[in-house]
Design a protein around this ligand. Sequence first.
Ligand code: SF4
Length: 399
Amino acid sequence: MTALASPPAASAAIERPSLVGLSREGIGAELAAIGVEPRQIRMRTAQLWSWIYQRGVTDFAAMTNISKDLRAKLADHLIVSRPEIVTEQISEDGTRKWLFRFPPRGAGRPVEVETVYIPEVGRGTLCLSSQVGCTLTCSFCHTGTQRMVRNLTAEEIVGQILMARERLGDFPDATTPVGAAVPAEGRLVSNIVMMGMGEPLYNFEHVRDALLIASDGDGIALSKRRITLSTSGVVPMIARAGAEIGVMLAISLHAVRDDLRDVLVPLNKKHKIAELLDACRAYPGLSNARRITFEYVMLKGVNDSPADARELVRLLKGIPAKINLIPFNPWPGTDYACSDWETIETFAEIVNRAGYASPIRTPRGRDILAACGQLKSESERMRARERLALEAMVADAAE
Ligand code: SF4
């Protein structure tokens, strides 16, 4: 495992609004506010969009097809923001995990979230956070033990993509760090999953705006089939996600009986499995080529019996589905353990025989605690220790 120190933050620019995360109309409004002529706004917006999202440029001075005067004006009033990197950890298997810090908003405090990059042979997947902490308390999830601070804005969600691409050298003319594990060809960030900290459908508007930017053909241009939104089952928002975002859907299912799911994913007390699966059946555009992914974490002696596997097959009948079996990645303080490998294989065999592609997702980045929420709490623990040390020093000095 390698941990790199963070580069300095661009804190001086915090007060100026950022263009990142704004719609084209939003950028147009910012341009109008600094006096750009109405007939120029469309063209200037398109130029900025391309510099920010295709080229990854943060400095207005480098935007050479924009007049010098306007570049100076843009720099006086606006920024192209990036999060600060608090830590960057690189696992032996090439998985990268960043703790990003975003500046305070108004009277708020800076917030930190995790973003994970998982390189594989033919693709590079970026796992994004949607909230700081989470209001849900899924009992197997480390983020569920952390208090909810706030929703991330579209700027902050898109900022995770831009910063990850910058660090990986995924913009034109950029250099990939020596030795970095990345796909041998194609885009380095080829897929996005909203599976980091938080429940994306509890932050619907910001997640929608961010994913529409990520899939915009003139910018980051990731196909909607390469973007997956994962929900623990916010049933009333699933249809809206289909209609307004149209990306692939994943469901954190993890149990096949309501009594068990009530414990593992307490949101189930509100929206039972049958209701959740009905919403899945109605998700627009489903076909064999556009399946819903059902995430199923393998917990020893809890949800991993052959009977559970058979019930899973029965429940998903008629839904174009994939099942992702996820060996549990234990975190300090959890009561759960990962199922034995043999048990996982038996489970996988049953769902495979029923025709579901069910890859067993090999745990990635175990040496950097890649289960969501772990890096953040490490950092919180560190800060708490620092605070105690500081308080002790102050107390000593007062004596
Ligand atoms: S699994 Fe997702 S929804 Fe559940 S507590 Fe963790 S972050 Fe929140």
